[in-house]
Design a protein around this ligand. Sequence first.
Ligand code: DQQ
Length: 703
Amino acid sequence: MGTSPRIACLVDDGADSEQSTAYDWCESRFDGAHRRRIDTFDPGEYDVLWWHRVDPVEAAVSEDGPLASFVRDGGSLLLTLAAVTAVEPLGFDGIGPDAVGWEEVCEPTGPLWKRLYHDHPMADGFDTLRVHTRGAGVTVPYARYEAVAPTDGDVLASTVRADHAAVSQLSTVSWQPGDGRVIGIGSALSFGQPTHDICRGNRETLVANALTFLAGGASVPLTGRPKDVATLSAMRERLAGDPGRPSYHVTPPANWLNDPNGLVHWNGQYHLFYQYNPTGPFHGTIHWGHAVSDDLIHWEDRPVALSPSPDGPDRDGCWSGCTVDDDGVATILYTGGRGSEQLPCLATAADESLTSWTKDPDNPIIDELPAEPEVLQTEDWDGEFRDHCVWRENGIWHQLIGAGMEDGGGAALRYVSTDLREWAYRGPVLTGDRDTAGTVWECPELLDFGEKQLLHVSNYEDVVYFLGDYEDGKFTVERRDKLDHGDFYAPQSMWTDDDRALTWGWVQEARDIRAQWDAGWSGTLSVPRELSLAEDGGLRQRPADELTALRGDGTHCGELRLGPGDSREVGVESRQFELQATVRLDDADAVELTVLETPDGQERTPIRYTATNEVIVDRTHASTDPQATTDSQRMTVRPYDAPLSLRVFVDGSIVEVFANERQCLTSRVYPERPDATGISLSALGGTATVTGLDCWELADAWR
Ligand code: DQQ
């Protein structure tokens, strides 16, 4: 090894045998390592300080002390085990680790590296994202973030236990306070008890990497939070090589996305916020991510718009909500979560670009659950009560909040207000039967189409919509169906200046947590859909017209007759396209439009239209990955127009099907092979006619 970094191993009154053993190792490994008392040493003599502790840090350090100044002035600090708790008193983070104590390690445990950081200098020498640094059979100290996210730190790794991804146990965090750099490794790093040789080797490599990296002053991008636009774009760029990653659908720059939120056209720009977890690709510690567009199809990342406040009612998450125009002030109503409470909160825009938001000092603006009907209490929540749809009518604000009822199913509860801050409860506009409409209704939204109104709710399984009449706070249902028959949830809409209701839904993953972790991102939004009333009073759903501007090279086929068993290639090879076709079955049992197909058919996703009026997305052979979902998804299509008119959007791992401008089925598939780009048509059991087909490659949405 070259010249040893100068390392001060910090000793304070909390010295213990674990600390001594760790520092013994350090002094034997690095010539330049010496123990120094935290209150008397000169930090300027060292390249890096290491503080390893079993007990949480209480009064030993402060924001104004020499240690904090040393770091802010460009120094480096490694905090391990309970020493990570020092980040709060040192003023490096608004909140310290919330999970601190001793734990029994029942299987080999260690850092689960994020895909985004797999090549971080601290991960040198590990050829896997799953690194075991602590063997089983011991009880050891730890300090991690679990229910809350660091406000200023960037998570580099969660925790792996044997092969299990404990994604929400955030073990390794980096901070950039001032000009300095801090790494915290809060678990699976004890030196005191003997461990398996592999774990010991990994532990020593990890700590040596961390000390060398911190001492070397190498600048590694993508650490620290919050992140600016350039850094978010760099994150997006790092994941761009993933063939399953959608290109023209809205995705998070990395990490996790779920519900679309706060959709609004403001000052000439379309703003799309979304439930975002900056700590990794899993649901937890929810913030509001933000993307903007001038034309509804090209998007740019913006910094995170809403983050949990360590002392606020949204400490554990800023959940779904909407944006309204309060006489020129963009105002968000969202659900704050803390412990077992979820309550409505409000924030107003602090600038016209909707980048910064000021939370109302009186949050939560509704501070108790309604009494009647009694709101469902569950293991997780004192009351299942969240998500907001707000509109103004004759000067009065109306708000719907989703809920579950103790003695029933889901409910959409109504409140009224004159100022968006004081709300009076007015009871449910509609309630559902638990067996047929779900236990809890999330993300209720009411859309007024003039003659009729549409209320949709997400009931954990499906997005159910009701068409009917909304009057005097009550909804009378005339028709009911699903908005989508596939992987689509918690949609929200935006009214455009030309009076169209455009709706985006969260397109969930259909692969397990491990696969999502390894990809480094999870979740995408659907393409925008225009919802309107059809002439027969039913619901029309079609892709927003703007999407046609993404079309690039295209292929057109005129009438095509397919005999039984005939198969024709469409002549486009792509994983990023739109296909429009009109299909008549004649005497065939079915027609298959197959996408994402390898030349030998090993991987393929047929979209099958059957004589029994079904459209089926058959995922049986969609992927050779044994972990990929193989179940088929289906919907009944009523022959409004015969023959069937199909519009299909394929994008990386999304297959989004619009049938007859009425029914939708959004599906996720994960082909493994790079040549899974074929598109073909075939008839089964008889003859069918494709009366016209167009296929276009679509451009990327991200600038
Ligand atoms: N997602 C949000 C909740 C909402 C749910 C939390 C629906 O507000 O009820 O991320 O997916």
